[in-house]
Structures are given as structure tokens and as C-alpha cells.
Design a protein around this ligand. Structure first.
Ligand SMILES: [Zn+2]
Length: 460
């Protein structure tokens, strides 16, 4: 790295962190309307910081939901352009009582920044903004950059999805590669790049029996109980080998070539450490697959919430009218989300006994898995960037998680995507005590700067 760049970051590192803390203090929870003002505040904050960093243009683009922050810096139209994507919204922070310090009062403990959004994704968005500032302040920006930071990633990216339907908007995002930092590294010692993400389907289910809640003494045993029935229907979705029973579900799932399985087996993984970190004595999953295979290359189905009847304090002898569940499925390459929603709906509805009605609401229904092109110039540049900054060749990993908008980017923008995440799996994203390493933040800045350098030279 150029000396001037290194010096600039050293001189300004405290301010960089202070600004990130300001960003983290804004409770931009996009999933609940009560935070709407704060989500807008976070958008304005990102726009202002991009402008201060030296972007030519930084603006808010209204959507039907929360605004998109768009910015660009053009060095020379003949040079390649990289589009940086991230999100300024965060997951809800509850349960609050499990946080050691309040989620929106960021603190640094043991070189980690604790706050909701520290790792997902504010810390990772902010390191890009500071990389831009550093490159512009030291005249090191080798290519053109566009930023697109959205505020609805945690709630379905509805606004951005609509935005991408308009060809004029797609033209605005024209670029040579898309760079995303919203994933994790294996460790600070062994960097990695994500080359696969699972797709996601998210559904809400309502099962209805009698027209009102009934007395479980008067009617129990004679009337179908929607909660009992919902539990049976859910249990029927998997067999004893943890295989999903929806007809057609696995039809498109590719059989992994032996060499890919061997590559996956080389990724450092200690099952006992994994179990200890989770406080479990055994793992469970599809028979015939390792844990990394179960999350990396195999689909999954999970109930994310289930409720109905009396859940308050004390007993109430009720046979409820309704039962509810939220359910997610993680998809692997070649599975078609829309097709699976149809297959699920048909099968699940048929599982209901007579007299029970089932309603299924599709929350997310079109996010397919993402496969990064391993031969692309963009990925090669990312590998070189890690080699320079981390002095190790990054391993290529497949993440079990999903970033729904990425599959749409691939479809609509038709550009190579690099998933250059700097978080760690232990960062507790979406959980209490989320944190992001200070070292991850600063190494992230260095790596991003190196990426632009290699991408521009390899692209020529
Ligand atoms: Zn995220």
C-alpha cells in the first residue's frame, strides 16, 4: 500500500471510528414502522458522509419504502467502474435484556465495536466510505466508483426491487463489477471470499379450525385443534433423515462433484468447537452430508416462529381457532424459488385434514441462490487484494446465508459480483451483543483499496 494512504488512515483512525459510532447510534430498524424517522436519519447520514468523502454526486432516491443512497465518483470515463452495494438498515435489537450494553449505544470492548448493525452491515458499509475518502484525499483512486446503499435489506428490499424494474435506473447502475461487503471471513488469520449464497423463501402460515376459541374441556377431543394440526403438518415437511418431503423440492439440486466436496472439506472446521460455541451436544441435519455441506450446498427448511392460543402467564384451557407459523427455506443453485413456493403451497395445503383451512402468505418468494464466477477479473482482483493485505491466499467459501437482492443484481445488471465480507461468524449478527472487530474494520479499508488497484490493472 502506498505510504501516503497508510499515513492518512493512521492519522484519521480515531475519527473514522467515532463516525462509525455516530452511524451505529441511529436505530435504523427497517422492519418496524416505529423507527421510520431513524431509518430516514441513517439514509441522510450515509449521503452526507459520501459527500464529505468526496463523491461528485451523492443523493437520496425515493422509493415506495425507505430511500436509496446513491453516490458516484468519476475519475475518467475510460476507466472501469465498480458499484458498491450495502445497507444502512439493521435488524431489530430485541431481546434487549440479553445485551451487555444497550444495542444503540456503541462501545469498544476488547477491540470490538458492540452495537446492533456493527457487523451487519453498518461497519462494513462505513469502511467502504472511509476507503473512498482515503483514496480521494491521497489521489489514489484508480477507477470510477458508484455507491448504492439501501435501507430495506432486512425487510425484503422491496423499494430496490421496484427500482431495478426500471431500465433507466439500471442504466444509472451501469458498472463493470459489483462489490458487496455483507458476509463473513473464516478468521483474522485465514481470510476468505464467499463464492456462493443460498437463496431464501419466507412464508407466513395461518391455519384455521373452529370459528372461535373453544373451551378445551367442553370441546377437547372432538374438534380438530389448529395448533396440534399445524405441528403435525410442519413435522411432515421433513422425514427421519432430515430430508424435505415437498414433492419436486430436490429435482433441480445439482449433485456436487467430488472435487467440490473435497475443496469444501479443506476449509478449517472443528465440529466440537462449533458445538461448544452454540452450547449444543450434537448437530442435526440431512443424512450423508457434513455440517459445512449442510449449510453450504444443501437446502434447508426451518420454522422461524410459531404461535397461537394462550401464550400469556398462567393457564387458560383454550382450544384455539387459529395457529400461526413463520417458515423459511434456504435454496441452493438451480432451485427456482417461485417454483418451490408453488410446490410448497400445493403440498402443505394438501396436508391439512378436512375442515381446516390453510392460508399462506409469501413474504419473500423470488430469491434464488447466487454463484460467483470464480474466473472473473473481479474475483481475481479480490484474491490479490487479500494476498497483499493479509499475506494469505483467501479460501473460497459457500455461505449458508442469503442476500436476496444479490440474485436480482445478477439477473438485472448482469455483472460479476464480489462478496468481500469482513465480518466473522462469531459477530452475533441478528443476535444480542452483535459486534465487529476494530481490526476487521481497518483491514477492510486496506483490502478494499487494494481491490480497486488490482481490479483496474487486471481490467485493462
Ligand atoms: Zn446484511
Amino acid at each position: 500500500m502506498a505510504l501516503a494512504t497508510k499515513k492518512y488512515i493512521e492519522t484519521h483512525q480515531d475519527r473514522f471510528l467515532d463516525e462509525l459510532m455516530d452511524f451505529l447510534r441511529i436505530p435504523s430498524v427497517s422492519t418496524s414502522k416505529e423507527y421510520a424517522t431513524e431509518v430516514h436519519k441513517a439514509a441522510a447520514f450515509v449521503k452526507q458522509k459520501l459527500s464529505e468523502a468526496g463523491a461528485d454526486k451523492a443523493m437520496l432516491i425515493d422509493t415506495q419504502g425507505y430511500p436509496l443512497v446513491y453516490a458516484e465518483k468519476t475519475v475518467d470515463a475510460s476507466l472501469p467502474t465498480v458499484l458498491v452495494y450495502g445497507h444502512y438498515d439493521v435488524q431489530p435489537a430485541d431481546p434487549y435484556e440479553l445485551w451487555e450494553t444497550p444495542p444503540f449505544e456503541p462501545v469498544v470492548r476488547e477491540n470490538k465495536i458492540y452495537a446492533r448493525g456493527a457487523s451487519d452491515d453498518k461497519g462494513q458499509v462505513y469502511l467502504h466510505i472511509k476507503a473512498l475518502e482515503t483514496m480521494l484525499a491521497t489521489q489514489q483512486l484508480p477507477c470510477n466508483i458508484k455507491f448504492l446503499i439501501e435501507g430495506e435489506e432486512e425487510s425484503g428490499s422491496e423499494g430496490l426491487t421496484r427500482f431495478l424494474e426500471n431500465q433507466k435506473n439500471v442504466a444509472l447502475l451501469q458498472s463493470d463489477a459489483v462489490l458487496v461487503s455483507d458476509t463473513t471471513l473464516l478468521s483474522l488469520e485465514q481470510p476468505s471470499l464467499t463464492i456462493g449464497l443460498r437463496g431464501i423463501i419466507y412464508l407466513e402460515i395461518e391455519v384455521t379450525g373452529p370459528n372461535r376459541d373453544l373451551h378445551s374441556g367442553v370441546y377437547g377431543g372432538a374438534v380438530g385443534n389448529p395448533i396440534n394440526i399445524l405441528c403435525q403438518m410442519i413435522a411432515a415437511l421433513q422425514d427421519e433423515h432430515h430430508r424435505i418431503t415437498i414433492p419436486g423440492f430436490y429435482d433441480r439440486v445439482a449433485v456436487l462433484p467430488e472435487q467440490d466436496r473435497q475443496a469444501l472439506a479443506k476449509i478449517p472446521f472443528v465440529l466440537s468447537d462449533y458445538q461448544n460455541a452454540l452450547g449444543i451436544k450434537a448437530v442435526a441435519g440431512e443424512h450423508g452430508y457434513s455440517t459445512l455441506e449442510r449449510t453450504g450446498i444443501r437446502p434447508a427448511l426451518d420454522i422461524n416462529g410459531i404461535w397461537g392460543g394462550h401464550v400469556g402467564e398462567g393457564g387458560k384451557t383454550v382450544l384455539p381457532s387459529k395457529a400461526h407459523a413463520k417458515l423459511s427455506m434456504r435454496l441452493v443453485p438451480h432451485q427456482e424459488a417461485r417454483e418451490i413456493v408453488t410446490q410448497f403451497t400445493k403440498y402443505f395445503t394438501a396436508l391439512a385434514p378436512k375442515g381446516i383451512t390453510v392460508e399462506i402468505r409469501v413474504v419473500h418468494g423470488n430469491s434464488n441462490a447466487v454463484v460467483v464466477n470464480a474466473d472473473s477479473v473481479a474475483l481475481q482482483a479480490a484474491i490479490k487484494a487479500f494476498e497483499e493485505v493479509w499475506a494469505r491466499t483467501p479460501l473460497l467459501t459457500k455461505d449458508g446465508g442469503s442476500i436476496p437482492i444479490i440474485s436480482q443484481f445478477k439477473e438485472v445488471l448482469d455483472r460479476d459480483i464480489v462478496l468481500m465480507g469482513f465480518g466473522l461468524d462469531s459477530d452475533a449478527i441478528h443476535s444480542p451483543n452483535e459486534h465487529f472487530g476494530v481490526a476487521n474494520f481497518f483491514k477492510g479499508i486496506d483490502t478494499v483499496i487494494a481491490f480497486y488497484k488490482y481490479f483496474t490493472s487486471l481490467h485493462a
